[in-house]
Design a protein around this ligand. Structure first.
Ligand SMILES: C[S@@+](CC[C@H](N)C(=O)[O-])C[C@H]1O[C@@H](n2cnc3c(N)ncnc32)[C@H](O)[C@@H]1O
Length: 256
């Protein structure tokens, strides 16, 4: 998978990723990280945690990764065609104010997105998601209906959503992400916050996932990276042309 540090791009395989994260007590993945503010904030507040931001927008990641501390990594990837190198590593996943294909993937329970989410998690992983009421409205949902669809999608990926809170401007001001601040001081400061975990390793077998057997094998075998790495490389190579085309689309729509 492709990592960025400023203008420098390089390929990181699964072995190298595992070497980077192993010294840390926890691994946090921030999906649709945008300008990476949340990743930088979290990494600075918790030096024992390794924080990875993933986004399809190269420009955003360039800026964020330039000043990134050692316990961070920025990956360019389309989450509808998710990288498999992070399989099984995440103790915490955040999805803050998704829009575009990330939001519609959650609302429509896209099997590739949900398969990727499921595959990235370590047992017991926690999930949190902020949904912007305005973005839900643009997608045709009121906050309660949109949140319920995302709750069901997360459930399909094996998460039990335990809390769903409406958020107002005061709450949004405390979220350390650029879109949290933007919404808090904007015209429609409403959001819904969902939290939950994968306390049981359950999956909805109706997913029809991207190479589900592979993803699960890697997730279950995260400590034994050798074989997984080659399979991951083969897998990514085999689907790279489709994934790249999708990233181009996301990059053209990149606005954060
Ligand atoms: C509204 S911004 C939120 C950014 C950040 N999480 C925040 O709170 O400031 C949504 C982000 O999702 C990213 N995104 C949308 N679809 C995506 C996809 N399919 N794969 C990866 N990132 C995606 C966009 O590039 C954008 O950076």
């Amino acid at each position: 998978m492709e990592c960025l540090r400023g203008k420098t791009s390089r390929f990181l395989d699964r072995d190298s990723l595992l070497r980077r994260v192993t010294p840390y007590q926890s691994v946090h993945l921030d999906l649709g990280t945008g300008d990476g503010r949340y990743v930088l904030d979290r990494a600075r507040r918790d030096p024992g945690s390794f924080v990875i931001g993933i986004d399809a927008c190269r420009e955003n990641l360039r800026r964020a990764s330039r000043r990134a501390p050692d316990n961070t990594l920025f990956i360019i990837a389309n989450l509808l065609s998710p990288p498999l190198e992070p399989a099984g590593i995440a103790s915490h996943i955040s999805i803050n104010f998704p829009w575009g294909s990330l939001l519609s993937g959650l609302l429509q329970a896209d099997p590739n997105l949900l398969g990727g989410l499921a595959a990235m998690c370590a047992p017991g992983a926690e999930v949190e998601c902020y949904l912007n009421a305005g973005a839900l409205a643009e997608a045709g949902y009121d906050p309660a209906t949109g949140a319920e669809r995302v709750r069901r999608a997360l459930n399909t990926a094996g998460f039990e959503v335990k809390q769903t809170h409406p958020m107002d401007a005061a709450g949004l001001r405390g979220v350390p992400s650029s879109w949290g601040k933007r919404l808090a001081y904007g015209r429609d400061p409403r959001a819904v916050y969902l939290t939950g975990d994968r306390s049981e390793r359950r999956l909805d077998w109706n997913l029809g996932l991207l190479d589900l057997s592979f993803a699960l094998a890697v997730a279950a075998d995260v400590g034994h990276a050798g074989g997984a790495d080659q399979r991951s490389h083969d897998h990514n190579h085999a689907r790279s042309s489709k994934g790249d085309a999708r990233i181009d689309v996301e990059e053209r729509n990149c606005q954060c």
